[in-house]
Design a protein around this ligand. Sequence first.
Ligand SMILES: Cc1cc2nc3c(=O)[nH]c(=O)nc-3n(C[C@H](O)[C@H](O)[C@H](O)COP(=O)(O)O)c2cc1C
Length: 359
Amino acid sequence: MNTIGFAMRLTLFGSSHGPGVGSVLDGCPSGVPITTETIQREVDLRKPAPGIGTARAEEDIVQVQSGILEGRTTGAPIQFFIANKDSDSSKYQAFRVTPRPGHADYPALVKYGPDHDMRGGGQFSGRMTAPLVAAGAVAKSMLVTKGVRIAAYSQSIGKVTDDKERSFSEISENRFNHSTRAADSRVAARMEREILAAAKDGDSVGGIVRCLVDGLPVGVGEPFFDSLDAELAKMMFAIPAVKGVDFGAGFRSTKMRGSEHNDPFKIVNGQVTTVTNHAGGILGGLSDGMPLDLRVAFKPTASIAKEQWTVDLKRKKDTIIKVQGRHDPCIVPRAVVVVEAAAALVIADLSLRGGFFAR
Ligand SMILES: Cc1cc2nc3c(=O)[nH]c(=O)nc-3n(C[C@H](O)[C@H](O)[C@H](O)COP(=O)(O)O)c2cc1C
């Protein structure tokens, strides 16, 4: 389904090569300060970067069709529309017969049959994240009014990993200064080389987006099934190409003893804090007052220029495919703002449910 959220619901619509893509954000309170310029700026951050992205960047102009007036939300459903331009669908028809390995073509053809909209990946296109980012800009603004801020960055791309512990302010100040969305310029240069090397081979690389949320009050989350981590994981896994989500020490926790993993509580300036943050800011599905720390793993882009084995579905034979068209050799940099928006939407929804925005 294309709707997510409970108190604040996001619906996505449209398709990659149809008239456009859009979203409806329902349940946002009135009076949230947000301008079209801010929304446009966020959506622009999703564009492919020159040099390391697709040759020609899409021009995504966001139209705010309802719900925002004179720089504030009105309380009515907020509708965004982004017209598709420049779409060349001709290269996609071949995938009906020879599906791309790693993409949604094959299961979608089996499920939806010949009516499936194959153009640009149809509903499976990463383009569906553009209106998600637009809606996320509103959720971010809403959270900022309560002192909750979100910043993500590329923690790894291919074999290049930024293993330094980065502060929230370092990430939020630096991430958008680099086209790779790294938090540090030296790491950014290495990541850029990694992407260019893959592109030169007609190949692609994946990576990890780490996202921190600062200022979250204690108690956001609705256990059992709508716990903070469960809701975030669901949202993150909905982003195309996501293959893993973990929080805090995540999978590393399994190698630790309890004495090592438990985050000792400590009073600092009269506030309850923890000395470490292996829990990633979540205990029992509720925010615990420490920064939320989540990591989202993206696979390498499926559509690569290199020849690959696939099948000819008509002839029932193995064959070779060479994917053409505009594809990023690495989608991780573009996904950074998407992960931020996705996190903001979940946290805004759960904050409304928990009464954190009660007047
Ligand atoms: C921002 C963004 C851009 C993407 N661009 C491409 C692309 O250019 N080529 C491609 O093959 N996949 C791209 N993807 C990923 C595919 O949409 C995704 O791999 C595909 O729908 C199959 O879904 P799955 O990887 O979740 O199994 C992109 C994903 C995102 C989030």
